[in-house]
Design a protein. Structure first.
Length: 94
């Protein structure tokens, strides 16, 4: 257990890569690259990744063309799974 806590603290201290941050929670910008040139061209349009993890399990990891689309997907997943997480664009209905 102690090793896990130490690893988490080290991870928190890491610096983000330039150009990968987003103004939205759960969204990051990445350049997808594969060995095949046609695949690179195919995926070049989808560079925003929406990621949501719960209890160490990834329940959402999808690629989108725009930062806003990825943020909306994150929000929808949070609402559908009734998670107590902050939302980016959508609002909760009580």
């Amino acid at each position: 257990m102690r090793d896990k806590v130490v690893m988490q603290k080290e991870y928190r201290g890491r610096k983000k890569k330039d150009g990968t941050s987003s103004k939205y929670i759960g969204v990051s910008h990445r350049i997808r690259s594969y060995g095949n040139k046609s695949r690179i061209e195919q995926y070049a349009k989808k560079t925003w990744c929406s990621i949501l993890c719960v209890g160490g399990n990834t329940i959402l990891r999808q690629w989108y063309a725009t930062e806003r689309e990825a943020a909306l997907a994150y929000d929808k997943c949070v609402i559908e799974n009734n998670l107590d997480r902050p939302l980016n664009i959508l609002k909760r209905v009580k």
